[in-house]
Design a protein around this ligand. Structure first.
Ligand SMILES: [Fe+2]
Ligand SMILES: [Fe+2]
Length: 273
């Protein structure tokens, strides 16, 4: 896989759909980059995927919801892999409002993204929809301070943005529970080492408190932006993060290896033309 792929959307909990995509990471494997759609009286799109997916992302979204009905676009944070198709979706979804916080809106302005339809989530507020409540929360680790995950109290589903992502050797399809545990743990440690290297600096007690908060919520499904939806393995995921705190060294190629890998990818592409 040399370019990002988009897979067919799938229902991962009642009325909650994953829009799964995967991005190659030269020398290391593949990383899921998922958006999610919560269907209901006021449908919510969670993140807008990779820009490289372009029209394909919007077309897949339209298999799940009429864009005229889309009410909310929840942006977990403003990294490029989460806001890639925001402008295109806003163009197609005239009633959709963007949910972020104060810093998120500031970053949108800096990036030249439209803020006219932003709904700023105040600290302590939640998104009250006619048929469900979406409560914002901080995931146990993240790579941008504006990050907001959430707990859907109706579906008992937790969205954790970048947390619990895993860099795997092959693109993962289906539920994360089907990934062999050792592979899942290694992928999770590798990704966290790259995306949140400061995790090892956290006081263990502080990390355990935030993991315990998740235990108390007892989500039936954990949705990460960078892992297929994970059903019934919450305790295992928490355990991997807890272990990782004591030190996991990411398998990152050095600069020379990376140059060679990119050269090889480039040569491969020319040969294919
Ligand atoms: Fe991120
Ligand atoms: Fe991300």
């Amino acid at each position: 896989m040399e370019t990002p792929s988009l897979f067919e959307a799938r229902e991962v909990a009642a009325d909650i759909f994953e829009l799964p995509a995967c991005m190659p990471v030269p020398g290391l494997g593949a990383l899921s980059v998922n958006a999610y759609l919560i269907r209901g009286t006021e449908p919510v799109l969670v993140d807008t995927g990779l820009a490289a997916l372009g029209e394909r992302f919007v077309e897949e979204l339209e298999t799940l919801v009429d864009p005229d009905d889309l009410a909310w676009i929840w942006l977990s944070h403003m990294d490029a892999d989460h806001v890639g198709n925001l402008t295109a979706v806003l163009r197609r979804a005239p009633k959709a409002r963007v949910v972020t916080n104060f810093l998120g809106m500031g970053k949108m302005m800096l990036a030249g993204l439209p803020v006219e339809r932003v709904h700023v989530m105040e600290p302590g507020a939640s998104l009250q929809l006619p048929d469900r409540e979406i409560v914002p929360l901080h995931p146990p680790y993240y790579d941008a301070p504006e990050t907001i995950g959430f707990f859907d109290t109706t579906a008992s589903v937790l969205f954790t943005a970048d947390a619990f992502g895993a860099l795997l050797e092959q693109p993962a399809r289906g539920d994360a529970a089907a990934i062999p545990p050792a592979r899942l743990r290694d992928g999770l440690v590798t990704w966290a080492g790259i995306d949140a290297p400061w995790l090892s600096l956290l006081e263990p007690a502080s990390l355990e408190r935030s993991l315990d908060d998740i235990r108390r919520l007892a989500p039936t499904v954990v949705l990460s932006s960078h892992l297929p939806a994970a059903s019934g393995i919450t305790e295992a995921l928490l355990g991997y993060v807890s272990e990782m705190r004591s030190g996991g060294t990411p398998r990152m190629p050095n600069a020379l290896t990376m140059e060679r890998l990119l050269d090889r990818a480039h040569i491969g592409k020319e040969a294919a033309i």
